[in-house]
Design a protein around this ligand. Structure first.
Ligand code: UD2
Length: 318
């Protein structure tokens, strides 16, 4: 049994990862400050003797907190690091806060990992590190040039991982997520993913707003597939020192998505168009070669099934 620390484990992707780790019989400690994460996302874990929760901010002095966890639950063997400020527009409004949450928090965690001989860290990075002008599909060698403080901070942490690996032998894998969607993604926030927003509007027959002309594209990957990739990257020492894109390789336009959401929900929602959001990228899709080769990763949930599961969940939230 491996003891895995999941930072941000009460969040959208984190909580699905916790479910998977517990189902595999591992011991899990979640560290989350509940700033955007929700205990409701972990309700199903309550009473599981292998599940532990600590409310703490990763950017505070977490070493003492984690020492206490280790004393009670046992040493932390591996870490999955999700805890972050995840809204790109917020990072543009307040870059310094983004550095605190996303860089300082990560460095504190890496310090803990090296001092306590943690076997491996899997880090949730982002496709936001890529240059908007990089030809699509992007691959892990595509040029990086982030368009937001959020993307800069994710890239900085990738450099820290490399530094800790080279100087201290810390093992790691960084996963650059494309657009993740699925149940538990907040559908009410303006900063949320487009799929949860569109399905929420479609299910409630309220207007859908498409920014720009809607011909921009994204590579949408279902949350349990992402959780599986991250879990494998964390538990398996293979893919150490690697950066791997996690997506599906399929490019979907926002216009197509809006129509699918309306059809699927049998909705009377009306679509309207608004100016492009500042910093929005035009096309985003990844190659899958590296994820396939190093993590044996292939998405299991089709887009149609993923949308249907997400719509069911959105309806429970209305
Ligand atoms: C996603 C991630 C972000 C970062 C980035 C990397 C989410 C929520 N954000 O940002 O964290 O990793 O990818 O490139 O997953 N849109 C509409 N109407 C709406 C909402 C959105 O037209 O009501 C459009 C939006 O203008 C954009 C597309 O949908 O063109 C996707 O927007 P998003 O916020 O879901 O994700 P993105 O790609 O900006």
């Amino acid at each position: 049994m491996t003891h895995v620390l999941v930072t941000g484990g009460a969040g959208f992707i984190g909580s699905h990862t916790v479910d998977l780790l517990l189902s595999q019989g591992h011991r899990v400690t979640v560290l989350d400050d509940l700033s955007t994460g929700l205990m409701a996302n972990l309700k199903q874990c309550e009473g599981n003797p292998n599940f532990h929760f600590v409310k703490a901010d990763v950017a505070e002095d977490i070493a003492e907190t984690l020492d206490q966890v280790a004393a009670i639950v046992g040493p932390i063997d591996r870490i999955i690091h999700y805890a972050a400020q995840t809204a790109v527009p917020l990072s543009m409004d307040d870059p310094a806060s983004d550095v605190r949450a996303n860089v300082i928090g990560s460095v504190k965690l890496l310090e803990y990992a090296r001092r306590n001989k943690v076997a491996k860290v899997a880090f949730a990075s982002s496709s936001a590190v890529y240059d908007d002008d990089a030809p699509v599909p992007v691959n892990e060698k595509s040029s990086v040039r982030p368009s937001s403080p959020y993307g800069i901070d994710k890239l900085v942490v990738e450099f820290y991982l490399d530094y800790y690996a080279r100087l201290f032998g810390l093992k790691y894998t960084a996963l650059r997520f494309m657009n993740v969607y699925g149940p538990r993604q907040d559908s009410k926030s303006w900063y949320s993913g487009v799929i949860s927003i569109f399905l929420d509007r479609a299910a409630s027959n309220t207007p859908i707003t498409i920014f720009d002309d809607g011909e921009q594209t994204r590579d949408f990957v279902y949350v349990t597939d992402v959780a599986a990739a991250v879990t494998k990257a964390c538990l398996d020492d293979a893919a150490h020192g690697e950066i791997i894109n996690i997506g599906t390789g399929e490019e979907v336009s926002i216009n197509t998505l809006a129509k699918l959401a309306i059809d699927l929900a049998g909705s009377t929602s009306v679509i309207s168009y608004a100016p492009a959001r500042p910093g929005d990228i035009r096309r985003s899709v990844t190659t899958m070669d590296k994820a396939r080769a190093l993590l044996a990763f292939a998405p299991k949930v089709s887009f149609a099934d993923g949308l249907a599961h997400t719509l069911n969940w959105v309806r429970t939230q209305l």
